[in-house]
Design a protein around this ligand. Structure first.
Ligand SMILES: [Zn+2]
Length: 135
């Protein structure tokens, strides 16, 4: 019973997301090499990234699932899984390209006291029209 690589990802959460996708299709999957990124991030990709492995007999099925996974977006998958999920869009131009805005004082205090940690989410800045969207 040997394991075969289906896909490799840059970050562990991406591999775990795909692993969940495979398992929702009934394919047992394993995430390997995610510790490389914790030990020394720059060499993780050189070592092949964070891999998702399946049993050899599931490889062909898993590869076709991976193709399907690449063709659908994360947002599509979320909406399929959670029909109530709503994509946050810019109130001014409708763009989905938003970055979160956090309350600055709290962020600065956390940074000085503990290290980088976000403050309270206060809104989003649109990366297309630069408008500030409140919650
Ligand atoms: Zn906008």
């Amino acid at each position: 019973m040997s394991l075969k690589k289906v896909a490799a990802f840059e970050l562990p959460w991406q591999a775990h997301l795909f692993k969940g996708f495979l398992e929702s299709e009934g394919v047992q999957a394993y995430v390997v090499n995610e510790e490389h990124i914790r030990l020394y991030w720059p060499i993780s990709n050189a070592l092949g990234g964070v891999r998702v492995m399946v049993h050899a007999e599931d490889l062909e099925h898993a590869k076709s699932i991976y193709q399907q996974y690449l063709e659908t977006s994360f947002e599509d998958n979320l909406q399929q899984e959670f029909p109530d999920y709503e994509v946050t869009k810019c109130d001014y131009c409708g763009s989905e390209e938003l970055e979160p805005l956090y309350s600055g004082t709290k962020t600065l205090l956390f940074f000085l006291a503990i290290g980088p940690a976000p403050g309270k989410l206060i809104g989003y800045r649109c990366l297309d029209c630069n408008a500030k969207n409140s919650l």
